[in-house]
Write a protein that binds this ligand. Structure first.
Ligand SMILES: CC(C)(COP(=O)(O)OP(=O)(O)OC[C@H]1O[C@@H](n2cnc3c(N)ncnc32)[C@H](O)[C@@H]1OP(=O)(O)O)[C@@H](O)C(=O)NCCC(=O)NCCS
Length: 175
């Protein structure tokens, strides 16, 4: 499995010791503001196992992120094939960090490494990113990464229940 390193971050496989801070992050309503619900411990643990299975299978996917300076787990970042049932296909980049890790440029730094890996090692022609239309912080990361939003592509995410979080945006960047 590939690990990605940046000046301040290590993107690596998931460890048992990540499960508790990962569950805390997923139980935080602020972190989950643009998702339909918060996750309980069982669903949080299951998501980490699912992410690690993807990394084992392909060598890339949703990596656990830790800060190099302290070794602290702060969330995830990575690349994943777009879910079936979405109105487009491709590979998407994504990120989710604990509230305390926001405001340091970590998501953008991880995102840069992820795009470089996708376009370099993996030879992808294009990478997408998708989020709820109202998720300004995630959209700002996409913008800082040079990804471009076309309003004509805005869509209602079939995986999100009816409501204000359903309207979603797509950002794209080509190699
Ligand atoms: C989306 C998310 C990862 C963005 O995190 P973020 O911290 O806002 O984004 P970045 O890591 O790029 O950090 C940028 C901020 O760090 C600041 N910063 C501080 N030190 C910095 C440094 N050394 N380098 C770069 N930026 C720095 C920037 O000025 C910017 O601040 P601002 O938000 O006040 O403008 C975070 O909000 C999150 O986890 N949200 C919940 C999960 C989620 O919605 N995920 C996306 C679903 S698709």
């Amino acid at each position: 499995m590939t690990e990605l390193r940046t000046a301040r971050l290590l993107l690596r496989g998931w460890r048992e010791s990540d499960l508790e801070p990962w569950a805390e992050l997923n139980a935080d309503p602020e972190v989950r503001a643009y998702f339909p619900d918060v996750l309980d411990r069982a669903r949080s643990d299951a998501s980490a196992a699912f992410f690690q299975a993807g990394l084992d299978r392909r060598g890339w996917g949703w990596w656990a992120v830790e800060t190099v300076a302290t070794g602290e787990f702060i969330g995830f970042a990575g690349l994943d094939p777009v879910d079936a049932g979405m109105p487009f296909t491709g590979v998407e980049a994504g990120w989710r960090l604990a509230r305390a890790a926001w405001g340091h440029g970590y998501a953008t730094e991880a995102g840069r490494a992820v795009l470089a890996h996708g376009f370099g090692e993996l030879g992808l022609p294009e990478i997408l990113a998708v989020t709820a239309a109202g998720n300004a912080r995630s959209r700002a990361v996409m913008g800082r990464l040079g990804m471009v939003h076309d309003p004509a592509e805005d869509f209602d995410d079939p995986g999100v229940p009816e409501g204000p979080l359903r309207r979603s945006v797509v950002y794209r960047i080509r190699r």
